[in-house]
Design a protein around this ligand. Sequence first.
Ligand SMILES: Nc1ncnc2c1ncn2[C@@H]1O[C@H](COP(=O)(O)OP(=O)(O)OP(=O)(O)O)[C@@H](O)[C@H]1O
Length: 334
Amino acid sequence: MSAPVLELRGVTKTYSVKQGLFGKPKPLTAVNDVSLTLGRGEVLGLVGESGCGKSTLAKILLGLEAPTTGEVLVDGERVESTDRRKLARRIQPIFQDPYSSLNPRKSIEDIVSLPLRVHKVGDAASQNKAVRDILDIVGLPARVMQTYPNQMSGGQRQRVAIARALIMKPEIVICDEPTSALDVSVQSQILNLLGELRDEFGLTYLFISHDLAVVEHLASRVAVMYLGRIVEEATVGGLFDTPRHPYAQALLTSVLTPDPGQGVPDTQLGMEYPNPIAPPPGCHFHPRCPRAMVQCVQTAPRAVVSEDGHVECHLFDAERGLDTGAPLKPETAA
Ligand SMILES: Nc1ncnc2c1ncn2[C@@H]1O[C@H](COP(=O)(O)OP(=O)(O)OP(=O)(O)O)[C@@H](O)[C@H]1O
């Protein structure tokens, strides 16, 4: 990988959450000690179920939230969330829902030119030309400039959102579920467009999705997130060939189910997603893991690839080395 353009070092974000009217505030760790790097021009996929912390991570990268601990570096330089203006020129978002992320009372020209006006880039004439140019690049005719979001289809609106993100010529684009509100046929058009734009402008993407099949389309590497932690990071090929973490294995199985796009069905993992205010002890995944061992209640095992290519979870004992433990749920143990 080339020198990282974006780096997260041990980033944690904890919110204080009150449960009920008289409940005492409790800490909720939305992002837990996450370290990631993105090389220039790379597409890193970030996958995980709803509530695992993907959007919080995106907000930290966009300077919309400050990490509780840890740091974000752009081109090796530490970024403070107070540097939001500086960050906006380099990192731009594309959000999930083009219906709610575009102001319905503003014309497309106003929406797309807003970043230029906020950052006082050029005069009115050059801003108008920049809007025409970027609309052309994302495949929209100049005549849409005077129309409003409600006069457009979902795919056209997402093209507008992409144009707005790119008008500042950012280096990094945080795509937070950019296609999940769109029809399947439109999804692939938008994914293709994002791929073309990346090639043309050398963009770096963090591509967030709950759907591994969508990530596979664009990303070269994938990070799998569970309860705020990155549980596995691999190349797309590596993850699809030999997923190590049992959660990554479950995600992959869900890609092969006849109802793609729905994340991991609860039925497959046996229970609902845990409450991040009271995460399970030991390995956070153990209550849902079909291969959990008794010891997983205390400690997270390591995934080890055996000589025949099988992935097994092993406990690590300083004296005995790697060892398999006793199954927690004998009835499901393979
Ligand atoms: N401002 C906040 N205050 C308190 N808790 C929050 C806040 N923002 C997020 N959370 C909690 O942090 C956890 C992670 O949320 P986040 O939105 O980052 O997850 P996600 O993976 O992006 O989910 P989704 O795909 O549903 O948006 C959730 O339990 C959420 O309720």
